[in-house]
Design a protein around this ligand. Structure first.
Ligand code: HEC
Length: 102
């Protein structure tokens, strides 16, 4: 009986620990959400990527750029007036996956 409760307790604890970690994985879907999120980069103004690149239009070839990271951060710091994202952050990787999927 004791072993059984321990197993349940462990499962619940692991579930709690794993949930936020799993939610932090970069994906095309996450990138698409960030692309439409005015708060990206801690930005306080209402501008978001989709305002200028509607539905990702015009960025179909941008996924092949060598400086894609810099271009994304340039637009975050410029029009969004946000803080640039870490080069290998989940948010940056998600945005890159989304842009490459266009
Ligand atoms: C105020 C309008 C505006 C907003 C908002 C904006 N961009 Fe841009 N973006 C531009 C312009 C202008 C260019 C340069 C011209 C071009 O290539 O379309 C550009 C270029 C880019 C490029 C390179 C395009 C290429 O041809 O290779 C990428 C990638 C990009 N933006 C991503 C983003 C992302 C991600 C966001 C949101 C964080 C964003 N942009 C928000 C205007 C904007």
């Amino acid at each position: 009986m004791k072993k059984f409760s321990m197993a349940i307790l462990m499962a619940i604890t692991l579930g709690f620990l794993a949930a936020p970690v799993m939610g932090e994985e970069a994906s095309v879907e996450k990138g698409a959400k960030l692309f439409d999120d005015p708060a990206l980069g801690g930005s306080a103004n209402p501008t978001k990527c989709t305002d200028c690149h509607i539905g990702g239009e015009g960025l179909e070839k941008a996924g092949n750029r060598e400086n894609l990271t810099e271009m994304i951060n340039m637009c975050i710091q410029g029009p969004l007036k946000g803080q640039k994202l870490g080069e290998d952050s989940v948010e940056m990787n998600a945005l890159k996956l989304y842009i490459k999927s266009l």
